[in-house]
Every structure is written in structure tokens, then in C-alpha cells.
Design a protein around this ligand. Sequence first.
Ligand SMILES: Nc1ncnc2c1ncn2[C@@H]1O[C@H](COP(=O)(O)OP(=O)(O)OP(=O)(O)O)[C@@H](O)[C@H]1O
Ligand SMILES: [Mg+2]
Length: 287
Amino acid sequence: MPEAALHVGSGKVRELYALDDDRLLLVASDRISTFDVVLPTEIPDKGRVLTGLSGFWFARTREICANHLLSLRPDGRSTECRRLEMLPIECVVRGYLSGSGWKDYNATGAVCGHTLPAGLTESAELAEPIFTPATKATTGHDENIDDERAAELVGKSLYDEVAGVSIALYRFAAEDARARGIIIADTKFEFGLDEENRLVLGDEALTPDSSRFWPADDYRPGGAQPSFDKQYARDYCETLGWDKTEPGPELPADVVAGTRARYVEAFERLTEIAFDDYLANPSVVLA
Ligand SMILES: Nc1ncnc2c1ncn2[C@@H]1O[C@H](COP(=O)(O)OP(=O)(O)OP(=O)(O)O)[C@@H](O)[C@H]1O
Ligand SMILES: [Mg+2]
């Protein structure tokens, strides 16, 4: 564990330590949550995949938005970062209709106040990516909110800025990933403000935990998509008839191995870096 660092919090996946007043250490565990419930079974190296992919994207998107990354530690799962005042909204961008976006569209024809054309099918690509913010629920599920509510939470001008930056980040990454055979169907960003009140991208970015990654070759709109990411573990959980409340089910060894392989494959496809090279020297993703 980090030397002389004060443990300041635990998320579902990350442990947070204060290195000093201005810097945090974010340590990504191998915990996996599905439907917002942490499962009792870990996915080996998952935290390293998330840390490496986030670092990869942080290094490539600096021109679009400043981010909190300072350095990656040799363990491959610990990120030294700037401590931010996090905004109270989750900044979701959707390029495709899936998950809660699909559910909301089915019920109302709209997602977070964006009215969409009639007759779209599940997993359909949207004409333009849409910004669909959610509240950060302290317990349980995040709740989709419309523009007006989100603007109330952070202020109108900051809201417009995060919406614009989120869409720009998504467009950049989605295009990059598409060229490597991965569709980023949707993704969630978390932003904060630095000591000078500048907008800074924090948390993790464009990982299989914060996004839906679909193999482009198998993309067939009109139903749910097979995916690289934790949808695999989610799908397994769905077969159990589990009520999606604590405690979550154990994952069998084949689901653990299959999920790990998908996380590692997503890493390698997106970064074009062998995962073993990352393990040997995490900084390779920042070059
Ligand atoms: N630079 C930063 N400064 C301060 N807090 C940050 C920073 N980057 C990320 N965080 C916060 O650290 C936590 C990361 O932990 P993790 O991803 O495990 O949480 P989570 O399960 O997604 O959410 P929760 O914390 O609500 O359980 C989040 O609460 C996130 O908002
Ligand atoms: Mg998180």
C-alpha cells in the first residue's frame, strides 16, 4: 500500500489516497460491479486494464480538455492525479441507443430531453452523439436528468462547457476506436474543477467500465450487442434471475476468464500495445 498516504475514500472500484493537499492516488482494484452491485469475485488485472486505458486516452485528449493525470505507478493500477472538486453530474455521451437510453426512448421517445426520430431499434446508431447527463447517486442507480436539471446543478455556462467537451472527447475516441474495430456505443466522463476553477477531466476515461464497447464486426442493430466489456459478466448475471440487489452472485471460473480476456483484448485493440508490455512498464501508454 502507498507509503505515508492517507486513505480518503473507497468507490466501488477504486481506493483513494491523499498524497498531499493537491494530489491523490487512485488505485484501481480488480473489483467488478454489475448493475451497481460489486460482485464477490474479482477479475484479475482488470484494474490495470482500466488504469492503462485511462492513461492512454488522457495522453491523447489533452488538447481537447485538461485532465487530472500526473503519472502512472509501476504497479500499473495506481494513478497519481490532481485533486479536483468533482462536479455533481455524470457526463454521459451516447452515439448509439442502448441501456437506459434505449429504455427511456422506448418509454418516452426521448433520452434526457433529446427527442429522437420514431422507429429506432435497440443499438441503433444516432445521427449525432447526444449528451445525456445523470445525477451521481450516492447509493443505488444514477438517474438520467434533462439539460435544465443538470444546468441547475452546475450552472448554465459550466454545463454548456462540459456538454461540448464531453461530445468532443467522445467523437475523438469513437473515431479512433472505430478504426481499430471497436464501437464505443456510449461513455461516461467525470469532470472537476481545479484550484483556479478550470474544467479538468478526472476519474477514469473511455474504459470498458465507463463505456459500452462493441466489436464492430458483429454489430447488428435491432437487439442487444455482444460486447468486449462487462456486458459479458452482466449477461451471465441476467441468466441467474438475480434481483440485482446486494449481495451479488459469485462468477464461475469460465466467466472470470472470459471477462478478463475481453478486458485485455479491449486494451490491446485500442492501444495497439501488448498488455505484457504495459505490465512491464505502464508509462508505454503515455508515449
Ligand atoms: N481527480 C479527482 N479528484 C477527486 N476525486 C476524484 C478524482 N478522480 C476521480 N475522483 C472520484 O474518485 C472516485 C473513484 O472511485 P470509483 O470509480 O471506484 O467510484 P464509483 O463507484 O464510480 O463511484 P462512488 O465513488 O460513488 O462509489 C469517484 O467518486 C470519483 O468521482
Ligand atoms: Mg467510477
